[in-house]
Design a protein around this ligand. Structure first.
Ligand SMILES: N[C@@H](CCC[C@H](N)C(=O)O)C(=O)O
Length: 274
């Protein structure tokens, strides 16, 4: 197994949820949590919310999933997560821009299942995020205030809390409190407020990464909670949502069967790790 020293990387982001992309087609990189944390360090490293290791599904030991590529996603603290909605869009952009896949429709294997990603002629990338799993309500505690929220799984765990004031006023420098009984593996916590018709503003504290400027799975979980708060059933009724995040805007569509996430995915730099 090789070390990461001398390894090539690409930096990219989706609405400023940023990632270091490590190409490892043959699965030779034995990436440790400490190495990921060092890469993601914003002062001593390159800086990112997470790492996307690009590995052939076969080399990752996956059976026949129908996807040639596996997104090995890691949070900034080195922990592993099942899914990353912005990450998989940036991952697909990387595959296409580096000639590893053709534009159009592209299946990508993740720990949360195979996701169908499509890259059109413009800069936006859309991913079929699958049907959200909706559970009961739970609570987050922020600055001594208890916020009720909806527990949603997008492959990874979310608690989406509707609040009644501007999301800009929130202090997310520290992890909000949550029920360890409801979320034994930790949770990504979204706070959102309606700002228009089927249009919400959201901020997020991500498990393993802290506050980020966007979260794709979180945007879908938020749209689920916003639709539910309006008396809609996002699993059965179609609706489209605009989600404003600190790093821009993404769109979420429910078609009665599945959910789609659309937004920009941008590559900004290439380099070599020392
Ligand atoms: N930013 C991602 C989610 C990344 C994983 C998350 N921090 C977790 O631990 O579940 C997204 O765009 O979905």
């Amino acid at each position: 197994m090789s070390t990461i020293s001398g390894h090539r990387f690409t930096k990219g982001h989706g609405t400023e949820n940023d990632f270091v992309i490590l190409p490892d087609p043959d699965g030779e990189l034995d990436l440790t949590a400490a190495e990921v944390a060092r890469i993601c360090d914003r002062r001593a490293g390159i800086g990112a919310d997470g790492v996307l290791r690009v590995v052939r599904a076969k080399a990752a030991g996956l059976g026949d999933t129908g996807a040639e590529w596996f997104m090995d996603y890691r949070n900034a603290d080195g922990s592993i997560a099942e899914m990353c909605g912005n990450g998989v869009r940036v991952f697909a952009r990387y595959l296409v821009d580096s000639g590893l896949a053709a534009a159009g429709d592209l299946p990508v294997a993740t720990r949360g299942g195979v996701k169908a990603v499509s890259l059109g002629a413009g800069g936006d990338v859309t991913v079929d995020m699958g049907a959200p799993e909706v559970f009961a309500e739970s609570e987050a505690v922020l600055g001594g205030t208890v916020h009720r929220g909806l527990k949603v799984s997008m492959g990874n765990p979310h608690l989406a809390c509707l609040i009644d004031h501007d999301v800009a006023a929130l202090d997310l420098t520290r992890e909000p409190g949550f029920s360890a009984a409801d979320f034994p593996a930790g949770v990504n916590i979204e706070f959102f407020r309606p700002v228009g018709v089927r249009h919400v503003a959201m901020r997020v504290h991500e498990r393993g990464s802290g506050e980020t400027r966007s979260c794709g799975t979180g945007a879908v979980a938020t749209a689920v909670a916003a639709a539910t708060a309006e008396g809609l059933d996002p699993l059965r009724e179609g609706s489209s949502w605009t989600v404003d995040v600190l790093g821009g805007r993404v769109e979420v569509v429910f078609d009665g069967t599945t959910s789609f996430l659309r937004g920009p995915a941008v590559l900004v730099a290439d380099g070599v790790l020392r």
